[in-house]
Ligand binder design. Structure first.
Ligand SMILES: Nc1ncnc2c1ncn2[C@@H]1O[C@H](COP(=O)(O)OP(=O)(O)O)[C@@H](O)[C@H]1O
Ligand SMILES: [Mg+2]
Length: 376
């Protein structure tokens, strides 16, 4: 008998575009009894891929336990534990020693003031015994999304059990949000997973894949140049691409040539908090950079931004710019940052930026373009 808890019957898994290599690697690893941790930035498709893998691989397990942490509830102790074990408690209860069962029940119900300090050992052993008990009936798959928000008590208990389950058919399939491109941010989350868990990073979608995604979600009629622009601005991030597509569909007037795509409020929030940390002058300098086609510090100087170097350095420290040492080009860390900066600036400031660029740019066509955008 297969037991799948928590998830309401899904009629059809989401369409997953791309990630063929990652799927192959994940299935390989799961197929040989290992565990998998997917990681990558917000919106890149972790939950989508996690669901698809769980759907497929869960069919091999007798018991699928799920939890999905949320930011707003990450302070509630044992919440993930309750999600994972709440529905199987009746099944495992007769198999747990009394002290462990009492500790687990009071943690899961929130009654009896259970805490890691007070019931630490009993709780740790209870989670271990519970997983072992389930595993004697058949393979167990633990599917945990958004590990970054897992309450620390649950993370600790899960990690304790995960390190002691070798040789038992308990596997984990997890996802965690990481921001940096080459960071080891997920290391800390590997501690909640069994030893030898494969960490797989989700990369961006290519242009043709973004086009397929937009098509699949009802934005199929967009001109190719717009799709190219959406791909560029989104950096291949499906969530960003879909939001940009939606904002374009909602916008009464399409952007004029040379103007960045409209960035919806939903996405601005992702980058604006960091923009708010810039000084007013540095922000203005970045606005000029966002309006320019291929900004360099020399161009910014010519456009009247005297302290461009120092201001760009400040922006790079905040992770807004990804400037390479010695390189003259001013590069935004993500195209969305540039587009959001532009979208957020009041119209007179945008016009002023274009006016400055209309005299600073060396290319006559670009000058004409800026002149047009400076006066309308
Ligand atoms: N490979 C993909 N194929 C199709 N749709 C995708 C893909 N990746 C992401 N999406 C869509 O993009 C949005 C964000 O994906 P999600 O899985 O929630 O990202 P994450 O969990 O990494 O924040 C969702 O609407 C999802 O359906
Ligand atoms: Mg997600």
């Amino acid at each position: 008998m297969r037991r799948d808890f928590q998830e309401p019957a899904r009629c059809r898994p989401d369409l997953v575009i791309g990630h063929e290599d990652l799927f192959a690697a994940a299935k390989d690893h799961l197929g040989s009894g290992g565990s998998v941790l997917l990681h990558g930035p917000a919106g890149i498709g972790k939950s989508t891929v996690l669901r698809a893998l769980a759907e497929e691989y869960g069919a091999h397990a007798r018991t699928v336990l799920r939890c999905s942490a949320t930011e707003s509830e990450s302070h509630l102790p044992f919440l993930a534990l309750a999600d994972l074990f709440g529905l199987v408690l009746d099944e495992i209860a007769p198999r747990l020693p009394a002290a462990q069962l009492t500790a687990l029940e009071s943690a899961l119900t929130g009654r009896g003031e259970s805490s890691l300090q007070r019931d630490g050992l009993a709780l740790r052993l209870a989670v271990l015994s519970a997983l072992r008990a389930l595993a004697t009936q058949g393979p167990v798959l633990v599917v945990a999304d958004d590990l970054q928000w897992l309450d620390p008590a649950s993370a600790e208990l899960l990690g304790f059990a995960a390190r002691r389950l070798e040789g038992t058919p308990v596997q984990m399939l997890c996802a965690v949000r990481t921001e940096g491109s080459d960071s080891q941010e997920y290391d800390r989350h590997l501690r909640a997973c069994p030893p030898g868990t494969a960490a797989l990073r989700l990369g961006p979608l290519g242009r043709a894949q973004v086009a397929r995604l937009l098509d699949h979600r009802g934005h199929g009629a967009l001109p190719r140049s717009t799709v190219r622009e959406i791909h560029r601005t989104s950096g291949g991030n499906p969530l960003f691409a879909l939001e940009l597509g939606r904002a374009l569909a909602d916008s009464p007037t399409p952007p004029r040539p040379g103007e960045p795509l409209p960035v919806p409020t939903s996405l601005r929030a992702l980058v604006l908090s960091r923009l708010d940390m810039l000084s007013v002058e540095a922000r203005r300098t970045l606005l000029v950079a966002s309006a320019g086609a291929r900004p360099t510090t020399a161009l910014l100087h010519a456009a009247g931004r005297e302290n461009a170097e120092a201001e760009c350095a400040q922006a790079a420290e905040l992770g807004l710019l990804a400037t390479e040492p010695e390189a003259p080009a001013v590069r935004f860390a993500h195209p969305l940052i540039s587009a959001a900066l532009y979208a957020e600036a009041p119209a007179p400031e945008r016009r002023a930026a274009h006016a400055a660029l209309s005299t600073a740019a060396s290319d006559p066509i670009e000058r004409a373009r800026h002149l047009a955008l400076a006066t309308t």
